[in-house]
Design a protein around this ligand. Structure first.
Ligand SMILES: [Zn+2]
Length: 287
């Protein structure tokens, strides 16, 4: 294990413990904050090949079984996230989305008067956002971010931080380009959630080499604090214990369907629980 993968990116603790192996990937866990990560990540050349059209649209591969078909659902979900961002009064209505996929979030924000720009690692998805929605989207990783220091009101990363080879660098870059009091908002799987703990390596979000980092709420708070942010809100998707997409569900079907009833997930969401965590943090001090 080399130096870049041996200390925790969230809290800095050394000597993570071996958790389990899935396929050819070794997962380790930080004893300090619970962050889980792939200790033998793929090379950057291998990462390039992971996000082609099949990742977004082919049901036979890992990833999405048809992202374009989710458009209506995604737009409604993103509209509710824009409500949350506006409630926290960012310094202005400008947003950079890191990992903007097909651009549905940016398009919803634009309709509501935001100035929007996107960055997308997948050339296929970036072309979709540019050609079909006419959005300003660049292709590449965080090294392609060209925004000046203190120039953006909000940075968002929806279901993206778990894919990045260096999540800390992404959060630090967000800090640098955000205006004072700017907002960083993100969502990611919660490996400390009940459904992640029940399902272990069969958790539907346990998908190396696509997902390289698996955060707990504690590890997210520590990463934010160490990077110059203060967390102002955390929420959950309301999916508790059940895991509808697990290849090997661990709950009896009757219990799973009970826990996935809309009224039940709504109640858990109200409580802030779920297997996906949402976070909004404000730029506070020097990183
Ligand atoms: Zn840690």
């Amino acid at each position: 294990m080399n130096a870049s993968t041996s200390s925790c990116r969230a809290c800095g603790a050394e000597e993570p413990k071996f958790l389990f192996q899935t396929g050819s990937y070794r997962l380790v866990r930080c004893a300090g904050c619970g962050l889980v990560w792939v200790s033998n990540p793929p090379s950057s050349e291998e990462l390039q090949g992971l996000y082609n059209e099949a990742y977004w649209e082919d049901p036979a591969t890992e990833g999405y079984s048809g992202y374009a078909r989710l458009e209506r659902e995604k737009r409604m979900h993103f509209a509710s996230l824009i409500n949350i961002l506006e409630r926290f009064r960012p310094p202005d209505k400008s947003v950079l989305e890191i990992g903007c996929a097909y651009g549905y979030f940016l398009d919803e924000a634009k309709k509501r008067g935001w100035r929007v720009r996107g960055l997308e690692f997948s050339p296929y998805a970036a072309a979709f956002a540019r050609d079909r929605l006419g959005l300003d989207v660049s292709v590449g990783g965080i090294e392609q971010i060209t925004e000046a220091a203190e120039s953006v009101g909000v940075v968002v990363m929806w279901d993206v931080i778990e894919h990045l080879p260096d999540p800390t660098a992404a959060v630090r870059t967000a800090w640098r380009i955000l205006k004072p009091q700017g907002l960083l908002a993100l969502s990611t799987g919660d490996v400390g959630s009940l459904s992640a703990r029940i399902h272990g390596r069969c958790w539907s979000l346990m998908t190396p080499p696509w997902h390289l980092f698996y955060f707990t709420r504690r590890s997210l708070r520590l990463l934010m604090r160490r990077s110059g942010f203060s967390v102002i809100w955390m929420g959950g998707d309301g999916v508790v214990a059940a895991d509808p997409a697990s290849p090997r569900p661990r709950l009896p079907p009757w219990l799973s369907s009970l826990l996935l009833r809309p009224s039940v997930t709504r109640a858990f969401r109200f409580l802030g629980w779920g297997s996906v965590v949402f976070l909004c943090a404000r730029k506070s001090s020097a990183a």
